[in-house]
Unconditional design. Structure first.
Length: 258
């Protein structure tokens, strides 16, 4: 694909969110292996729509099979709860199993993917391309990659005098709290690495759900089940986050990333 706007900083790694059973491997500090994620925020060209994109993705998937690239997972995301700053129709989100997979995969695409790229360019106008690193605090329920899922994300800044170790310790406590309450959410921190320019946040907090029933259960926990009060006690004045956006995700290529 061509490019991804800073709006894609919105976004994300969804592929990481549901990459299979091995996602349950969270390290002792609460964070899993950090993975690279590329993001494209795009609008459909005049006269083009999701059906046209599906056709290109089908060709792209065959290209990936033909070149034995099995360490890259991809999703497309569409905004559901969002604000005017999310000025795009669809986000392409691709996650690599590690930095070496990213390097070799992009090189292969440079060398052999020209025709596939022309197909994407004929359907989408993508105004930027950014890359993030994703650290996992809580794995989602283990299982095969679902065909669809829900994610929420918000931008956060550390408050003056706070270090990342402060929020890291709080996130581990929050993960333990959610586990005790039966939440099925997975969640991560995403850090801007390349292409985002002067990002106005330190990291994104991302939650994943298999469906809206799971998201609704967490809403009820936070609104009426004591979650808001527990969160305030755990996070205190460590960071400041904006309102969460919600995206509907469709799996385009599954891979065992962790």
């Amino acid at each position: 694909m061509k490019t991804l706007q800073k709006a894609a900083t919105l976004a994300a790694i969804f592929a990481l969110l549901f990459a299979g059973p091995a996602l349950s491997q969270v390290t002792k500090d609460g964070m899993g292996k950090v993975l690279p994620v590329e993001l494209y925020a795009c609008k459909y060209l005049e006269g083009k729509d999701a059906g046209d994109l599906d056709q290109v993705i089908s060709r792209w998937s065959k290209f990936m099979d033909d070149n034995a690239i099995d360490n890259y997972a991809a999703w497309t995301l569409t905004p559901y709860h969002f604000g005017s700053e999310q000025d795009f129709d669809v986000v392409w989100m691709g996650a690599f199993s590690d930095g070496n997979a990213m390097g070799s995969g992009i090189n292969t695409y440079f060398a052999k993917g020209g025709d596939i790229q022309k197909g994407f360019d004929a359907v989408l106008d993508c105004s930027g391309h950014s890359l993030m690193s994703s650290a996992m605090y809580r794995a989602p329920v283990a299982g095969p990659t679902p065909a669809s899922a829900i994610i929420t994300m918000m931008d956060c800044e550390l408050n003056k005098g706070k270090r990342y170790s402060d929020i890291q310790a709080a996130e581990v406590k929050w993960a333990e709290y959610l586990t005790g309450k039966g939440s099925k959410a997975g969640y991560w921190h995403w850090f801007p690495v390349y292409g985002g320019g002067d990002a106005e946040y330190d990291y994104k907090v991302v939650f994943s759900y298999a469906d809206y029933t799971e998201l609704g259960a967490d809403f009820e926990l936070n609104a009426n089940g004591g979650g808001r009060e527990a969160g305030e006690a755990i996070f205190d004045d460590i960071d400041d986050c904006d309102d969460a956006r919600v995206y509907l995700g469709t799996s385009r290529r599954a891979a065992q990333l962790r």
